[in-house]
Design a protein around this ligand. Structure first.
Ligand code: BES
Ligand code: MN
Ligand code: ZN
Length: 496
């Protein structure tokens, strides 16, 4: 169940709520909170006076008070230098996660007035509206409801001095992005037996009806007819038929070149005949995270309806070992016509993506971004902190990086130098699908580049950021919706 948020023009000392979260900068007790402190018997400033709470970034303390609020949750934003939309988004997420934890059905959040001196109200409202649902997200659809279940956090009121147009505008964008990211995480979370290629196609169709976006789905026969042979090759070992999903959001004039978003939709990756070890293999249900991010981005587009043109392409298949599966050594053809030597059937993502990149040409894209949980190597290189970024166009790479900084989903570039191309040369075919362990993320990027013709392209390897195996104060373990905020920011900040 998603989280609803809205801006209320009311002072925190006048607002009755089971939980009031206060976002405060590091330093002395903010004077703007004086009235509230009085209303709760001076409990707040004592927290500062004793040094028990200093407002360090990520610091959180629950204070049980008598007053209009039953509890006050202090959340630190860090020093003036650290004060940013990223810190505000994160603190809002921490607040929502803590509020969900105590089981209150509704809560309020107030950002200390002092913060408005260094962050503009529009960006602030957007960050709060993104952070709250991010922290509140959880998934219990597949569990029997517990008898002693606590209430779900359903609503958070954002208490502001005034309900200004700029704050409302930021809140509207942030809520749409927050909801889109929530939607992506739900999809990511679904197991492989439920989230099949046909299911992803159904989800895309539903978005199409909901927002009047044109959605075309190619089934196995249509994929064959279209010549998406590398996608077919990956799917041939599975009982699940592949799908190729095409989504067309048209918000600008017809001749405005579209941004094309491509998402890897491997609904489960066993590795195929080059099978993966059993330990943690269940995590490979997340191998459709790129597809889920693209679907989430279209949910955002449907909610905001910006005047841009965006195409979504989702090749989706299941990678299984069987008597009909692709084998190491096999040579296949691709949609572009280049032949591929399969040296490792676990390097399947690049195979389904290369056909989508080749298919993208027909839309004469302004640029193409692909999102994929493509390599384990990117987890080694960048951990869960940054998306691996590669491409064939420096200005585009810079724009993606900037969108990542603004949205709090950082992406960091890796070099696609010609030297690396050597590693995927094949003795028997035009290219081979793996260059081995060395520079694994870059050779995967180079493989994709072999299929990029005539457009600016950036590749986002989200294998390290798409899901997490541990809780943090701002989110539960599991899917993160990686890419939704970055891509939304990228698309929304394009000049019409
Ligand atoms: N889906 C995996 C990549 C992955 C690994 C995602 C870990 C998330 C966490 C991808 O299909 C894969 O198996 N890549 C191989 C490529 C190799 C065989 C060249 C890898 O990274 O090991
Ligand atoms: Mn694989
Ligand atoms: Zn994979």
């Amino acid at each position: 169940m998603a989280l609803e948020t809205s801006i209320l023009a009311i002072s925190p000392h006048k607002h009755t709520t089971p939980l009031l979260a206060l976002l405060v900068p590091q330093g002395a007790f903010p004077s703007s909170l004086g009235r509230l402190d009085e209303a709760v018997g001076g409990a707040l400033h004592r927290f500062f006076a004793t040094g028990d709470f200093t407002g360090k970034r990520g610091e959180a303390a629950m204070v049980y008070v008598e007053g209009p609020a039953d509890r006050v949750l202090l959340v630190g934003l860090g020093t003036a230098k650290e004060l940013s939309t990223t810190a505000i988004r994160e603190a809002s997420a921490i607040a929502a996660r803590r509020a969900s934890g105590v089981g209150v059905p509704s809560a309020a959040l107030h950002v200390a007035a002092e913060v408005f001196e260094s962050v503009n109200p529009r960006a602030l409202a957007q960050a709060v509206a993104e952070g709250l649902p991010f922290g509140a997200w959880n998934f219990s659809d597949l569990k029997r409801p517990a008898k002693d279940k606590r209430a779900d956090l359903r609503r958070v009121d954002i208490l502001a001095p005034a309900k200004t147009k700029t704050m409302e505008a930021g809140h509207r964008i942030g809520s749409a992005i927050g909801a889109g990211q929530w939607f992506t995480r739900d999809l990511q979370m679904l197991p492989g037996n439920m989230c099949t290629p046909a299911y992803l196609a159904k989800v895309a169709k539903k978005l199409g009806t909901q927002y009047r976006i044109k959605v075309t789905v190619l089934d196995g026969a249509a994929i064959k007819k279209e010549g998406l042979t590398a996608l077919l090759a990956v799917a041939q070992g599975s009982a699940e038929e592949p799908r190729f999903i095409v989504m067309e959001y048209r918000g600008a004039r017809a001749k405005t070149k579209p941004v094309v978003l491509v998402g890897k939709g491997v609904t489960f990756d066993t590795g195929g005949i080059s099978i993966k070890p059993a330990t943690s293999m269940e995590e490979m249900k997340f191998d459709m995270s790129g597809a889920a991010a693209v679907l989430g981005a279209f949910d955002v587009l449907g909610r905001i309806k910006p005047n841009v043109n965006v195409i979504g392409l989702i090749p989706t298949a299941e990678n299984m070992p069987s008597g009909t599966a692709l084998k190491p050594g096999d040579v296949i053809t691709s949609h572009l016509g280049k032949t591929i030597e399969i040296v490792n059937t676990d390097a399947e993502g690049r195979l389904i993506l290369c056909d989508a990149l080749s298919y993208a040409r027909r839309f004469t894209p302004a640029c193409v971004l692909d999102l994929a949980t493509l390599t384990g190597a990117v987890v080694i290189a960048l951990g869960s902190t940054a998306i691996g970024l590669m491409g064939n166009d420096e200005p585009l790479i810079d724009a993606v990086r900037a969108a990542g900084e603004r949205s709090g989903e950082r992406a960091w570039p890796l070099p696609l130098w010609d030297d690396y191309r050597e590693l995927i040369k094949s003795q028997i075919a035009d290219v081979k699908n793996s260059g081995g362990r060395a520079a694994g993320t870059i050779t995967a990027g180079w493989f994709l580049r072999e299929f990029v013709e005539d457009f600016a392209w950036a590749h986002l390897d989200i294998a390290g950021t798409a899901y997490s195996d541990h809780d943090t104060p701002s989110r539960v373990k599991g899917p993160t919706g990686s890419g939704v905020r970055l891509v939304s920011d990228f698309v929304l900040s394009r000049k019409p």
